[in-house]
Write a protein that binds this ligand. Structure first.
Ligand code: PSU
Ligand code: MN
Length: 310
């Protein structure tokens, strides 16, 4: 790290996003890990981003892709720079942001925790992802609990996801969200989804049926001094859901491979995702794209409701 010159810590809001925010128009933030090779194989990663961006624009909102480029944290990466993000391979969680910015990291792809942190700093209230991180199976020994959960509790941002990553301990993830005081609501359902599946077998405390429902809850939370965000759990569209037996067998195999290779921490997800893709003959990839696009649509409806209630 170069200490001779203390650079100004840099967060840059894209021009279109800045214009929308100052005009009170809806904005939806996106993370970048899922659109990198760490989240999806090329060319599905670009297709996923294109579909999410189109869903947001079709709904009348402005997309704000977050990432770190040359030591600058962007909220609303400009189109000319998107190619660099897609090829990024350094995963940046919220706690990695200080070092990424201070060291001038070339390309850092942001996780949910980093994206929610950046969205909040830029004044973006709604964020869409695929699945959040959470409590890993075996966390009683490994201690592996994603910082995503803490970030949801810390920042006033609505996160829309298809539940959490499929291979987590979902019951413990929900318990942990409760411990942290994060309201969890089901989008048109009272079931907590399991990424590729519409129902994990676990329930959620509250069902919402519109962007307005979420907007009223979010404004109410702020009014009573609630410090953090909310999680909106949106199940994968029924036509894109995978077969439960097949996906669970693929998950078990993938986790066995992770254990055999002794992988831990941030290295786990990319290996599990590619093992699942291989075990499902690639069917997990279109499912992943469909759920991400659906989350972007729901996030846009919520962002529009919030923009109308600001
Ligand atoms: N869910 C997926 N694919 C992913 C992720 C989640 O299906 O790539 C990424 C998200 O960016 C999430 C991150 O924030 O993994 C969580 O990583 P960890 O478990 O290391 O905290
Ligand atoms: Mn982790």
């Amino acid at each position: 790290m170069d200490h001779d010159e203390i650079r100004n810590p840099a967060i840059r809001v894209g021009e279109e996003v800045a214009g929308a925010l100052s005009g009170g128009r809806p904005v939806v933030a996106l993370e970048s890990t899922i659109f990198s090779g760490l989240g999806l194989p090329a060319p599905a990663n670009r297709e996923c981003l294109d579909r999410c961006v189109a869903a947001i624009r079709n709904g009348g909102a402005v997309p704000a892709l977050t990432a770190v480029l040359d030591g600058t944290a962007w909220v609303g990466i400009e189109d000319r720079l998107v190619g660099r993000v897609l090829s990024g391979s350094a995963k940046v969680a919220a706690r990695d942001l200080p070092h990424a910015l201070a060291s001038g990291l070339g390309v850092g792809v942001t996780t949910v925790s980093a994206s929610v942190t950046l969205a909040a700093s830029a004044g973006v209230e709604v964020f869409a992802t695929g699945g959040i991180g959470g409590v890993h199976r075996g966390s009683e020994l490994s201690g592996d609990v994603s910082h995503d959960l803490t970030a949801l509790a810390r920042h006033r941002v609505v996160t829309v996801s298809a539940g959490a990553k499929a291979f987590l301990d979902l019951a413990r993830t929900l318990e942990y969200l409760e411990t942290l005081g994060v309201p969890v609501v089901g989008w048109k359902t009272d079931r907590f989804p399991a990424f590729y599946l519409r129902d994990s077998g676990l329930g959620v405390p509250t069902k919402v049926t519109s962007g307005d429902d979420v907007a009223v809850m979010f404004r109410s939370a702020a009014a009573v001094g609630h410090p953090g965000g909310m999680l909106v759990a949106n199940p994968i569209p029924a036509t894109d859901e995978l077969d439960a037996g097949r996906i669970n067998a693929a998950l078990d195999d993938a986790l066995a491979e992770v254990a055999r290779r002794g992988l831990r921490g941030p290295a786990v997800t990319p290996v599990v995702l590619s093992a699942i893709a291989a075990a499902t003959d690639g069917d997990s990839v279109p499912a992943n794209l469909a759920l991400a696009e659906s989350n972007a649509e729901v996030a846009t409806e919520i962002a529009s409701a919030l923009a109308g209630s600001a």
